[in-house]
Design a protein around this ligand. Structure first.
Ligand SMILES: *Cc1c(COP(=O)(O)O)cnc(C)c1O
Length: 507
């Protein structure tokens, strides 16, 4: 360590390494509750209790589908609590430390949003009448309004359950719009090479041919290549801004004009909205349709794949095609406004049961309402400052600048995946790796606005410690986590879907 920057010797990084090692020390396996205790408590079985429980013949199910006894391990409450606490300590989450996954915007989620979502009144049954769910409808109406104002869009649907689902909806709305205008021949969607994989998938799933667009030397949209790709067959161009390198597309107004001149639509992938909040709006840049990843920008933990929500905003011309139903004021009286569901005139139909992932929307609403204009503007400023501070502290090269809320460093001669595994040994979560591909061995890093300077320094220390290590050490990492290198291919191809006792050789 002696020949490295003093940063690398950050004692906190060492402390975390030590703590993780402790959990491994006792064996790498936390037994299941049923393995911890072999005595069993019998429950049920029609033992003279006169209750009408299902085992006593009260069940409408066939006998062979009911059971009359349930064996449970006998453990005390502290033993139970320790089991779950231990499991929670064997994994890494946003409550364990920083989580700088670029593009994912893995920020800490204020606990008050969970409290709001847990209010009994938040959990209304979706089949209740409009008259008895006015509060629910008002929340949806106001969230549509907030998101519209934040994105510079005229109309919003809350239904899509994720960003990718929002992309698909946006593409279907664009298709319906072209079809309605007698332009159904448009069969191409243009997407920059550096775009997120879901963009290509959504366009293809929406029935379009994908035209892929190379970046210029600076990492932005190549205007000449765009000119060449545009034609009367162009249905839309999908972009995110700042792009996946964190670079702002400075020519966005010219790009919008070029796309609109051939009759195409401009789609905004909202995953990077965290960089723009309160400062710039996709609608003002010329975008016609966008999705919001509310689970990235506006709270809701989404590690592990969900749940999320991907509302879609559009300009007036596209509003009649949005999914049904949406919420509007029914204007009965100004002093006491009422709300109702309605189907847009040429709606593409339903894309999710009821109103989408409702409680995720409640959390997004609570977050936006609590932060307000000023808080949202602060969030984007701090997100950009944090990314730039962190980049200035790490030894890996960052080839494309000036970036905003995230940056893509290159691991250079090291393998980015190995770097990521090794960072786990230093007690921090690694960045997104190997994407976008225009940066060799990419380390796509987004610290988000919620981390303070101390955490950013600790993160930089981890990067720099790994930067100084040899390939052999990296290839062997992680050595201090509960699970080490996992055989991901087998896990995906031949998953074990049923539990078997430890040591049992049954397949
Ligand atoms: C995360 C992401 C998406 C997809 O969003 P999901 O909500 O994960 O479906 C699309 N584009 C970009 C740039 C992203 O980072």
């Amino acid at each position: 360590m002696s020949d490295r920057d003093e940063n690398d010797a950050d004692p906190r990084a060492a402390q975390v390494r030590y703590d993780q090692a402790r959990y491994v020390e006792n064996g790498e396996y936390e037994p299941l509750l049923s393995e911890k205790d072999q005595t069993r408590v019998e429950i049920g079985g029609g033992d003279g209790d006169d209750g009408d429980d299902s085992a006593d013949g009260g069940s409408p199910l066939p006998d062979d589908l009911t059971r009359d006894s349930l064996e449970l391990p006998e453990l005390s409450e502290p033993e139970l609590a320790r089991h779950y606490t231990r499991l929670s300590q064997m994994i890494y989450g946003i409550d364990s430390g920083p989580y700088p996954l670029g593009s994912c915007t893995m920020k800490y989620n204020p606990k008050f949003t969970e409290d709001v979502a847990a209010l009994p009144k938040a959990a209304v049954h979706p089949d209740r009448s409009e008259r008895s769910t006015q509060g629910t409808l008002e929340l949806m109406y106001r969230l549509q309004d907030y998101l519209g104002r934040i994105g510079g869009m005229d109309a919003v649907t809350l239904q899509p359950p994720a960003g990718a689902a929002g992309e698909f909806v946006g593409i279907r709305v664009a298709a319906a719009y072209h079809e309605h205008n007698g332009e159904g021949h448009r069969d191409e969607v243009i997407i920059p090479e550096s775009a997120h994989g879901t963009n290509f998938a959504s366009a293809a799933l929406g029935g379009y041919d994908v035209v892929s667009l190379p970046s210029d030397d600076g990492g932005r949209v190549d205007l000449e290549a765009l000119e060449a790709a545009l034609s009367e067959n162009t249905a839309a161009l999908m972009l995110t801004n700042p792009n996946t390198l964190g670079l702002f597309e400075r020519d966005i107004e010219e790009i919008a004009e070029m796309v609109h001149d051939v009759g195409g639509l401009l789609y905004y992938d909202g995953a990077n909205l965290n960089a723009l909040l309160g400062r710039a709006r996709p609608g003002d840049m010329g975008f016609d349709v966008m999705h919001y990843n509310v689970h990235k920008t506006f709270a809701t933990p989404h590690g592990g794949g969900g749940p999320g929500a991907g509302p879609v905003g559009v300009v007036d011309e596209l509003a009649p095609f949005l999914p049904a139903p949406r919420v509007r004021e029914n204007g009965e009286s100004e002093s006491e406004p009422g709300y109702e569901l309605f189907d847009p005139e040429h709606t593409i139909g339903k894309v999710h049961g009821y109103q989408g992932n409702w409680l995720v929307l409640v959390k997004a609403f609570a977050y936006i309402a609590r932060l307000g204009d000023e808080g949202l503007t602060d969030a984007s400023a701090t997100a950009v400052l944090n990314a730039n501070y962190l980049a200035s502290r790490i030894e890996y090269e960052v080839p494309y600048e000036p970036f905003h809320h995230e940056f893509v460093a290159s691991a250079g001669g090291q393998d980015a995946a190995d770097v990521a595994k090794r960072m786990l040994d230093y007690g921090v979560h690694p960045p997104t790796t190997k994407w976008p591909e225009i940066v060799p061995e990419a380390l796509m890093t987004e610290p988000t606005e919620v981390e303070g300077k101390g955490t950013l320094d600790r993160l930089a220390a981890a990067f720099n410690a790994v930067a100084g290590e040899d390939d052999e050490t990296l290839a062997d990492a992680p050595e201090r986590t509960t699970a080490r290198r996992i055989d991901q291919t087998s896990a995906a191809r031949s998953p074990r879907l049923s539990w078997q006792a430890l040591g049992s050789d049954e397949e």
